[in-house]
Design a protein around this ligand. Structure first.
Ligand code: P61
Length: 462
């Protein structure tokens, strides 16, 4: 089958409320045109994120009932540790309540002001946590990643030439680690090839620099390797994952993605000294090392989710469902980023709304219109999330890509709901001329997209 059907049946349902356009219009104005500020129960299909929004399996829920809530030495921790070691292969397993805490613990331990972390593309929390230490977050993805039309199979790859130049320019002593984000969320959910990871390893080895993965969507990345990379078609995805992590020295993980849980994360690594320092900090800010900010039941759900996510029937349905949405949109003429990513379809807002200049936040305007007209919530990944003021001139610097991400929660929506999303976006595309630009009227100093407020520029383009 071109698009595999669901490899599960539904046992519990959550009703969704239908709202009117008038109600959504009112809510949108009240929210300052920021979709993070609208109540979730006014959303019909919520594609804001695939993070923490998965449906857990009956097996995971059963595991929740086996939570051992002992302060120290919970049996769920040992199960979790065993599962993480069996997939990722690193010695130390440090649970955290979610991914950004793993990033915070790692970077506050290994970074000093003036240092630098190269990554294919830092996700916003990763960038913010690096910069919070006074260090530089340097993106060194291949240049094709910035071309929404360039249809190459591993668009998340590191640009090894640029990486080597950066190491020589900055100096090995100022780079405590190199990171690779799999899949590359900010570049369209694009995978990184095993060959590129192997070559990155060989390069950093020459300089004695450790390699870490931002592993949030590792199973999806490994499935793409199986589908697209020569020599991997017959390999089980779990073996691909083991090989991949074998090229690294550690990883940060938000289990809210490929851990198939609603909350949880971890940091796993081999360096004993770093692990000790991180654990000391963990005790200060998260909790005892055998629960790290989570309940025993959460650790059990995570342990089970990490195994389930490697099921290949699940993965082919999962990647297929995202591709199904992307192909419907593409056939309907809607400009999307190619190739279709692992967890999301990205609308190319610059081409969707050519009448709205970059200074009027076309992707934010598109995301708002999609909510107002059809009750669908996506997320802006463009100038609101990544735009910056130059520190010296104060001038606004715009990111190259201006996108609306439609992230598909795992095991949550049926293909009929996905069809509704595609048909709605195609209809919106046909009336795109009526969408107005926005003016930002409030921004916070960091991670501004969560709380920014806008006004609609109603008359400017008519
Ligand atoms: C997402 F609008 N991602 O994609 P935490 N690395 C990577 C991520 O994708 C990621 C984290 C680290 C989210 C949630 C999100 O401004 C936003 O468990 C590649 O969320 O702490 C999270 O993991 C951090 C959405 C996060 C946002 C921040 O939707």
């Amino acid at each position: 089958m071109k698009f595999p059907s669901e490899p599960f049946k539904i046992k519990v349902v959550e009703p969704i409320r239908r709202t009117t356009r008038e109600e959504r219009d009112r809510l949108l104005r009240h929210a300052g045109y920021n979709l993070f500020q609208v109540p979730a129960d006014s959303v019909y299909v919520d594609l804001l994120t695939d993070s923490g929004t998965s449906a857990m399996s009956d097996n995971q829920w059963a595991g929740m009932m086996l939570g051992d809530e002992s302060y120290a030495g919970s049996k769920n921790y040992f199960h979790f540790e065993e599962v993480v070691r069996s997939i990722f292969g690193y010695q130390h397993v440090i649970p955290t309540h979610q991914g950004r805490m793993a990033e915070n613990l790692l970077f506050s331990t290994v970074l000093k002001p003036g240092m630098c972390v190269p990554n294919n593309i830092h996700f916003d929390t990763t960038r913010a946590n690096v910069e919070h230490q006074g260090a530089e977050a340097l993106d060194v993805v291949i240049k094709e990643a910035y071309d929404p039309h360039c249809d190459v199979p591993f668009k998340g790859n590191m640009d090894l030439l640029r990486l080597e130049h950066a190491i020589n320019r900055i100096g090995r002593d100022r780079i405590p680690l190199v990171m690779i984000t799999i899949t590359n969320n900010s570049g369209g959910g694009q995978p990184v090839s095993m060959a590129n990871i192997r070559e990155t390893r060989a390069l950093v080895n020459r300089y004695g620099i450790p390699l870490f993965f931002d592993a949030c969507r590792f199973a999806e990345n490994c499935f793409f390797i199986k589908e697209r990379e020569a020599g991997y078609a017959e390999k089980p995805v779990i073996d691909i994952a083991r090989e991949l992590f074998g090229y690294g020295d550690g990883c940060t993980m938000s289990a809210k993605k490929d851990g198939l849980v609603n909350i949880g994360g971890f940091l796993s690594l081999n360096n004993d000294q770093w692990a000790q320092d991180i654990t000391n900090l963990l005790i200060l800010v998260e909790g005892f090392p055998t629960y790290g900010g989570l309940a025993g039941r959460d650790l059990e759900a995570m342990a089970r989710g990490l195994r389930e996510v490697l099921d290949e029937d699940y993965l082919s349905f999962r990647i297929g469902q995202v591709r199904y949405l992307g192909e419907l949109l593409d056939q309907g003429g809607v400009p999307i980023v190619k190739p279709i990513g692992g967890h999301a379809v990205y609308l190319n807002a610059k081409e969707f709304l050519p009448h709205i200049p970059a200074s009027q936040f076309p992707a934010q305007a598109l995301a708002c219109a999609l909510f107002r007209e059809y009750g669908i919530r996506g997320v802006e990944i463009g100038a609101v999330m990544f735009g910056k003021h130059d520190a010296v001139t104060g001038q606004v610097m715009y990111p190259e890509l201006e996108m609306v991400r439609l992230a598909i929660p795992r095991r949550v929506y049926t293909n009929m709901q996905i069809t509704y999303v595609a048909e709605s976006i195609i209809a919106l595309y046909q009336q795109r001329g009526m969408i107005n630009g926005l003016k930002m009227v409030y921004e916070a100093p960091t991670l501004r997209h969560f709380t920014a407020r806008f006004d609609e520029l109603v008359l400017l383009h008519t």
